[in-house]
Design a binder for this molecule. Structure first.
Ligand code: SAH
Ligand code: SF4
Ligand code: F3S
Length: 468
């Protein structure tokens, strides 16, 4: 029997209907209060999952009568959707919130709202309440679907609102969405994380792993494809832990079978449940990009154990070799943490050698950042910052060689590319099938359409090409 219960954690339709009623009420109240439509400035930090949440919050704000502005200076409402994954991400938010104070002094009616992963941490919520009294609304990650209700309370009672319930997490369907792009769509397939990697805050702030139903996902993909979207990115902390009525490979096959010309991307994949069947599926699905983002974090078995990653170096390499054999054009990218507590110079060398052996097209490198409440935060860490920076730079240097080599190998080849934006007058950018960025001459009206691009040269690892 399947353990999957599609109704567990699902926000009931009656609650969604109640929020729609609040949105209508807020619209009426704001209509009476503002001569023009009220303007919201929404800024999202962090991962694509958070960006996707931000698009749903914008959808709810629009339903509440807001239009959007791209600066806090003339905003009536500022909403920061925050990230907690590294200290640096958090410091930026504190800095940016502090910078709103003088603006609010001039525009006294301006409301400031904070949500997302950062505020879900009790010590951060406490600091915000204590040291940032000019913030009007704070809400956690498990109640984002209740934004209309919070705005109603804020505008109608004038009181400050703070709602950060602890929860295993919910799934809210049928939330209005205001997508940032007209041709690239984020589609979340699962939320939360159960892995508790020892360095990571995500499981504490995002709740337990939970999957949307296959039908809900397919409905959303069909509707964005019908609306002309050309790139669908399936999102989850670990997309291959997806547990709906199908597994992730099965879901990919269903999405691939939806008629239309569109690309399928997905992230992030966890090596511990990236199966050979999934790799075979990617190979067999013509709409799925030849790209796998498969974070290995460290090349040392001891560090991987300390990180609680549930795979070792040999398993990772064997998986990657299988993927390379099965999908000849595959490009691989990864995340790496440098300077995990207790990482020795030799252990770091194992990270270098793993990166060298695999040959990634690009790497996202992070210096370890202790997160309060995680297991690693209490591990002794004697390596000084300067040494961590040296390790970071040596990995960066090695990676530059691989990126350059891979870029070089693409010169002369032709790829089907989705034109993503006009970079400067008459120059468009897009990505090759393996996700390498490429720029090429083209008119702005091609943005959002597919073209065939022949790669003509590279500068560093930046590809240049021409439409053929
Ligand atoms: N679910 C994804 C990762 C999400 S967080 C996965 O398991 O691969 C994105 C990346 O941030 C991680 O892959 C990791 O490399 C990095 N990261 C997470 N916590 C960190 C920390 N405390 N310090 C430095 N980097 C961290
Ligand atoms: Fe964090 Fe690990 Fe979960 Fe990724 S798998 S979100 S790194 S705990
Ligand atoms: Fe950051 Fe939360 Fe994503 S911590 S990386 S925004 S899940």
């Amino acid at each position: 029997m399947s353990l999957y219960d599609p109704m567990k954690n699902v926000v009931p339709p009656s609650e969604t209907a109640r929020q729609n009623e609040y949105a209508a009420l807020v619209r009426t109240v704001l209509d009476a209060r503002f001569s023009d439509k009220p303007r919201a400035f929404v800024h999202t930090y962090g991962c694509q999952g958070n960006v996707s949440d931000g698009e749903r919050m914008k959808g709810m704000l629009r339903a509440c009568g807001f239009v959007f502005t791209d600066t806090p200076d003339d905003a009536d409402l500022v909403l920061y959707n925050t990230c907690a994954v590294r200290e640096h991400a958090q410091d930026r938010v504190f800095g940016n919130v502090g910078a709103l104070k003088p603006i609010k002094n001039k525009r006294r009616h301006m409301k400031i709202a904070l949500c997302g992963c950062m505020v879900q941490q009790p010590h951060v919520a406490q600091r915000l309440r204590r040291s940032y009294p000019f913030v009007d609304l704070i809400f956690g990650t498990h109640v984002t679907h209740r934004l209309p209700e919070f705005l109603y309370r804020l505008y109608c009672t004038g009181e400050k609102v703070c709602e950060i319930p602890q929860s295993d997490g919910v799934i809210a369907e049928n939330i209005p969405v205001s997508r940032d792009s007209s041709f690239k769509a984020w589609v979340p397939i699962m939320y939360g994380c159960n892995n508790f990697c020892s360095y990571c805050i995500v499981p504490y702030v995002r709740g337990r792993e939970r999957s949307r139903t296959v039908d809900a996902i397919l409905d959303e993909v069909r509707s964005v494809v019908a609306a002309g979207y050309k790139e669908i990115t399936l999102l989850g902390q670990n997309v291959n832990s997806y547990k709906g009525e199908l597994d992730f490979a099965g879901l990919l096959r269903e999405i691939n079978a939806i008629p239309g010309e569109f690309l399928i991307r997905f992230m992030t994949s966890h090596p511990k449940d990236c199966t050979r069947e999934l790799i075979d599926t990617i190979a067999a699905c013509e709409k799925v990009e030849r790209h796998l983002h498969l974070p290995f974090q460290s090349g040392s078995d001891r560090i991987l154990r300390e990180m609680n990653r549930h795979y070792d170096r040999a398993q990772y390499l064997s998986l990657v070799n299988y993927a390379k054999q099965t999908i000849p054009d595959l490009l691989l990218t990864s995340d790496v943490i440098v300077g995990f507590p207790g990482e020795t110079a030799q252990e770091f060398d194992e990270t270098l050698s793993l990166a060298d052996e695999v040959g990634f097209s690009s790497l996202f490198l992070f210096i370890y950042s202790p997160r309060e409440g995680t297991k690693a935060a209490s591990m002794p860490d004697e390596t000084d910052r300067a040494e961590k920076v040296r390790r970071f730079q040596s990995l960066e240097k090695l990676q530059a060689q691989h990126s350059t080599r891979i870029a070089e190998s693409m010169v002369g080849r032709t790829f089907r590319v989705l034109c993503e934006e006009e970079n400067r007058e008459g120059v468009l950018t897009g990505k090759t099938s393996g996700s390498m960025p490429v720029e090429f001459p083209g008119a702005a009206d091609r943005v959002g359409t597919f073209v065939d691009v022949r790669i003509t040269e590279r500068t560093g690892w930046t590809l240049k090409g021409e439409i053929v």
